[in-house]
Design a binder for this molecule. Sequence first.
Ligand code: UDP
Length: 250
Amino acid sequence: MGLKISEEEFRRIMESGKRVDGRAWDELRPIKIRIGVTERAEGSALFEMGKTRVLCVVRGPMECIPSHIADPERAILDVAYRMATFSTEERKSPTPSRREIELSKIIREALEPALFLEEYPRMMIKVYCLVLQADAGTRTASINAASLALAHAGIPMRDLVTSVAVGYCYGKIVVDLCSVEDELCADVPIAMMPSYRKITLLQADHRLPIDRLPEILEIGTKAIDKIYQLQKRALREMYATTTREITGGE
Ligand code: UDP
């Protein structure tokens, strides 16, 4: 999304000790989760962080198509991250961009450690992440939505995978970047299996002082713990509703 303020104005706001959208340094954007948004797939989830909104749909485990790519040792996790043509200010071309192909791989690598793919030789699990509205953090929202959709599909997992981006701007560390921060700060997306404290994604898109990395990880982990609680609550509520539907509330 296009920058709404100048770099000088942004710097002035940050140096005065504030964030452009008025949040505290460690404050997440409002999060909304909905699990089970389509009956046509085994698993689905909608994940919103501020104005960023991602729908994730999971199919499988199913027969591997095309069969010649089947792995006799494990299931293939096939992830497609796409931005809807209407998700950005300027119409996004429907042709998958290099960025979308790269993010599909990154999201797959962030999810794989949580799955028991070796339990499903020659099968395929398809994860489709569609960005409905983009306003920074679409890869992190996609990972959060995907792990919920995988759980909703009943696919055994070691843990959920939870993700947030941490930014480094003018010496300050900020959590869950908004679009202006995403354009002007060093952006460090992190994904983790929170119960194991196992990092499954760590990127940095600009230079940042390496000695601040432990602090960035500590702040990111605290934010991830908050999102993890919301993910687990959403799953518990979904199972409670399903149980009520099955038992008629008895
Ligand atoms: N963006 C866009 N069009 C694009 C790619 C990105 O408008 O083709 C915007 C979108 O708001 C996205 C943000 O730029 O969330 C930052 O993109 P980035 O590549 O840093 O990934 P993200 O932060 O979404 O994971």
